[in-house]
Each structure stands twice: as C-alpha cells, then as structure tokens.
Design a protein around this ligand. Structure first.
Ligand code: VHF
Length: 590
C-alpha cells in the first residue's frame, strides 16, 4: 500500500526474532567463492535492530535480485512508489545479508520516479526525453532505497552501467573489481542502466538483461527476477484460467516455444516475459540458477534457496523443486561457461561473421582444438572487422529433417514431455498437467509450432489451429536463442537470400584469384580448390546457417576472406605475413 509508512513496516517485522546469524562461517566453500578471487565474508553480523541471531543451514551464496518498474512504482499516474513492497524487499535483503549471503539489487524505476517527480503522465516519445526523466528519477530512486536500507543500517552503493562498459574488457574487469570490493565491505550494490549516456545502439534495453550480466560479473549463485506474476505459464493466466504454471526449466531454448510470453510488460517498463527468458538463458549459461517469482512474495526467496540447488548441491540432488513456493526455476547449466568465454559470447558486440563448414564446427568443439579455427574451415566472411574484434561463428550445414518415421499418438495415450524431445530423452519441462486432455492439445499444438521456424507464442491460445490427436509431431530444428541477436544491436545480419550469397561468394572468388601475386603452384592450387569449394555450393534450399558461438578474429575480414579454405601454411604466402595459424581464437560455443 502506497500509504503505509515504510519504516513502521520495517520495524514491525524486523522486531520479530525470526532470523539470523552472528558470524557467518560457511562450512564449505561456496561456488561463488571458488569461482572468484579471494574475498572476505560480509562484514555485517547484526541486522541493526538487535534481533536474535540463529545459524542458517543454507550455505552462503551470492544473490542478485532484480525489480522491474512495475514493482517500484504504481502502474498509474501519479506513479507513487510501492513502499510496502519495497520495504519487504529491503527486509529480505537485510535478512539474507545477515545469513551471510552477498546481495546485489538491480533496480529499474528511474523513469517512473522521474515522471512522478515532474508530475507527468507519460514518458513520451524520443530517447532524450526518457534519458532526461531517468536522470531526474535516478537520484530520487537511489535516495528512496538509501532511506529504506538506512532504517536497518544497511549501506548501499549505486552502480550505473552501459553496454559499452561491458564490451570493453578492461572496464568489465574494473566493474567486477568494484562489485567485489563492495560485497566484501558488506554493502548492497544497487544497479541500473546509465540511461543518460545509453543510446539505442549501446543499450541493454531492459534491466532483465542487465541483471543477467550483473549476475555473471559477480559470479552469482542465484538471480531472482521479481515481477507481477507468480511464475511463467503456458498461457496468459489473466485471460486463460486453464493456463498452467511451469515450475522447473532445464532448457530455456526448448521452453521458449512452449510458454506464453504475453503475461507481462507494463506501460513504463521495457521488459516482459520474453526478456526474462533471454535473461534466464544468459544467466543459466553462466552457471546462475534463475528464478521468476512474484515481487509481492519476496520473502519466498528463503524457501526457494533452501530447497533448491546451491553451491554444494546440484539440481539432481534436490527434491521438491515442483513444490514449495510458486515460482519458475531455470536450472543452471551443469557446464557453465568460464567467465572469459561467457564474456566473449555474451558481453561483446560482434563486428562481423565467419561462416564455417560442419567439419570445422566439429573440430572447434573438440577440447584439443583449444577453441581455435583454421582457415581451411572457413566458408564465408562478413565484415568489415579488424583483427582482435569479436566475430560471430556461424555453421553452414545441411538442413536437419525430422527423423523418419514421424510418430503419431493415439487419443488414448497421454502425451509426455519426453516425446517432445528430439533425441527421445527427457524433456526439460516438468509440469504436472501433462496427462490431461487439455495438455494433449496444448502439447501437440506446441510441437506443431516448433516445426515452423521462429514460431514462439502463446501455446493453446488459438485452439482452432491446434492439430488433433493423431497429428504427426514435428521435431524442432535446433536453433540458437534470440539472446545473441538481442544483445548484439550493432551486429550485421547475414545475407539470407540465395542470390545475395551467390553474388558475395562469386565476388570473394574473384577477389582471391585477382589479387594473388604468388607464382607458387601449391598456393595456386590451394586457391583454385578453395574457389572450387565455394562454387560447388549445393542447392541453397538444402542448407541452413546457424549461429553457434563467438570468438576473437586473429586477422581482419579482408585477410580471412583471402585465406579462407586454405591450409595454414599458405597464410604467409598469400598475406605476406603470418600472425597465427588460426583465423579465430578463443571461440566460445553456445
Ligand atoms: N533503466 C530504466 C528502464 C529499464 C526498464 O524499463 O526496465 P524494466 O522495468 O525492468 O522493464 C529505468 O530505470 O527507468
């Protein structure tokens, strides 16, 4: 309630001796500690109100909590701050801190608070207007947080980031050091985008993505995306009473096609369920368990972390993930990308694209390759880019068709998640409604929608188009997430039309043969065979190009264009020098 007194609210609840801890001395090393540089324990043994302290059984963790605009201010003018909710967040954070956890808050709301301060009804159009409102509101917002946290003697710090801060490795590491120092000092960093200097090309765009990036910077164990619904659903629960909760997700790519992304998005915020999926994809790849939950039930965090995976416990070892507080848990990847690889894959803008063949893709995936690409595997280059810039790695391969025979399911047979998995393995989705007649229709419709490229949507929202039981299931083609594209606003789109590709390929061949000065027959043969390989491109319709990762170019785009398809020993003869036998290094496969 906007009218409630925040300090009263804090005092009342914090007066109960519910929590916590004197000296947080974890029995085992937490994942966050083992991944990051040495750090001291949080320095706040007391929560400031003298309440009794008891030892937590949950190992200490690093926890990022993100609040969207809808949780910070009311949905309608004059956009008063949601003081009761914010107070609950403050209490929860302080309790987590007292249990020994390190906590980072990612707080949207600068524009909303700015609107209130200026007595405006809407943020209008135009970037500069929003930037001005954010500049007005950010000071007010951080003052509000400081006020609330000060009631419990919890120091905070403001961190404003832009995309450019993340793209530059030195700035990224500096940000990491600052976070680390703050957390070691027992401070709660409060992060927002630095809207004043963020132009559209270098914007995170939404704070869900920013929170995922912050989670990687601090090597978080958990990312909580607080929002205005309890969890993700198979359809919009506000419209469809039969919408089912999705409790556990093991594979974001797969679930993307099966849940509704139409459940969120307010007039002030820029995020929504889609951006939460992207954030979950980014964070889980970095080894961060990600939870979508209702901001009005923030205290559920305690139950969620105590029953979920943690530093010393994998998801397999946890029971009751489907029970307990209602939320959607995206389980962290068992093999999280190392910090630098994650940074290359998700933190950097791609300046161009290197298209490789399937053999090269397989080779790069092998451990002994060291994530480096030889020129022989390069099919095409899209630039311009300089050496040492990040490039997208795209594999050109024969299209995958569904394995015959297509399966059909009789009406009487319950459709189970495992049947939706292309490899016959267990599905990532764990929903208890799978056996219901509704589920059969929903799942069959979902499977059909998976078959059409890019069809993401509200499953079950258009029953007319849902295939009837007995309709063949169409297997999904593996495709990379949209996260890369959304994180990479400066990147170029690969030419998709066959005619376009034919032209660029032919130009590339002309350029090689035209510029080659060497009389070396061996090099001539290499060039001819590279050219022949390009010309021998089979029927375009049978081929597809799929983004599989990112890496750092070792030569510029023109140079790679000239040595593509060749053996490494020809690099020096063609270019006149050889910096490396590899054309792309530090490849992070997604
Ligand atoms: N950074 C801006 C807006 C970011 C934003 O809209 O995020 P969200 O409300 O999480 O979708 C602000 O503080 O108002």
């Amino acid at each position: 309630m906007a009218s409630s007194n925040p300090s009263q609210h804090l005092q009342q609840d914090m007066g109960k001796p519910t929590v916590t801890i004197a000296t947080p001395t974890p029995t085992k090393t937490s994942r966050s500690q083992s991944r990051s540089r040495p750090n001291t324990r949080p320095s706040s043994p007391d929560n400031g109100n003298g309440s009794a302290i008891s030892k937590s059984k949950t190992p200490t963790m690093t926890i990022v909590i993100k609040l969207g605009t809808s949780s910070i201010v009311a949905a309608k003018p004059p956009y008063p701050p949601r003081l009761q909710l914010l107070s609950s967040v403050v209490e929860t954070v302080v309790k987590l801190r007292a249990q020994g956890h390190r906590v980072v808050l990612v707080s949207s709301g600068a524009i909303g608070v700015g609107l209130r301060h200026m007595g405006l009804k809407d943020r209008g159009k135009g970037l500069s207007r929003k930037q001005a409102l954010a500049a007005i509101g950010q000071g007010q917002l951080i003052a509000l947080w400081d006020n609330l946290f000060a009631q419990l003697d919890q120091p905070i710090a403001q961190i404003l980031l832009t995309r450019a801060d993340i793209s530059d490795r030195t700035r990224y590491l500096n940000a990491q050091n600052t976070f680390s120092e703050l957390l070691n000092m027992g401070v709660v960093p409060i992060v927002n985008e630095n809207d004043t200097v963020s132009v559209s090309e270098i914007k995170f765009g939404d704070n869900d993505t920013l929170s995922a990036i912050s989670s990687n910077i601090v090597h978080a164990d958990y990312l909580f995306l607080l929002t205005d619904v309890d969890c993700m659903y198979t359809d919009n629960p506000r419209v469809n009473p039969n919408a089912k909760a999705v409790r556990v997700v093991k594979d974001v790519t797969e679930i993307r096609k099966q849940v509704s992304t139409a459940t969120l998005g307010t007039s002030l915020g820029t995020g929504g369920m889609e951006t939460k999926l992207i954030a979950a994809e980014l964070a889980t790849a970095a080894g961060v368990t990600t939870v979508v939950m209702n901001s009005t039930k923030v205290e559920d965090i305690f139950g969620i972390i105590s029953s979920g995976p943690g530093p010393n416990r994998n998801a397999d070892a946890t029971e009751h993930l489907e029970t307990g507080p209602l939320c959607t848990r995206f389980l962290r990847h068992a093999k999280a990308l190392k910090d630098r690889k994650w940074w290359i894959a998700h933190g950097l803008h791609s300046a161009g694209t290197v298209v490789i063949d399937e053999g090269a893709y397989r080779a790069v995936g092998r451990r002994e390759s060291g994530g480096r690409l030889l020129p022989a595997g390069v099919v095409r280059v899209e630039g311009p880019f300089a050496s040492h810039q990040a490039v997208r790695i795209v594999v050109r391969r024969k299209k995958r068709f569904p394995p015959p025979p297509l399966l059909t399911y009789p009406e009487s047979e319950a459709v189970t998640p495992s049947r939706m998995s292309p490899d016959g393995g267990p599905s990532s989705m764990d929903m208890d409604y799978m056996a219901s007649p509704l589920a059969k229709t929903v799942i069959t419709a979902a499977a059909a929608s998976i078959g059409s490229v890019g069809s993401v949507g509200s499953v079950g929202s258009s029953p007319d188009s849902a295939p009837q039981p007995g309709t063949p299931l169409i297997y999904p083609t593996l495709s990379l997430s949209s996260s890369v594209a959304s994180l990479d606003p400066l990147s170029r789109t690969a030419p998709t039309s066959p005619a376009m590709r034919a032209v660029t390929d032919r130009l590339a061949v002309t350029s090689i043969t035209g510029e080659l000065q060497s009389n070396d027959a061996d090099v001539g043969a290499a060039v001819a065979s590279a050219a022949a390989a390009v010309n021998a491109t089979p029927v375009e319709d049978e081929w597809e190009e799929v983004e599989v990762g990112k890496g750092l170019a070792q030569y510029n785009s023109l140079e790679i264009e000239r040595i593509k398809g060749m053996k490494s020993r020809h690099i020096e003869q063609v270019l006149g020098y050889s910096e490396s036998e590899h054309v792309v290094d530090s490849i992070a496969l997604l």
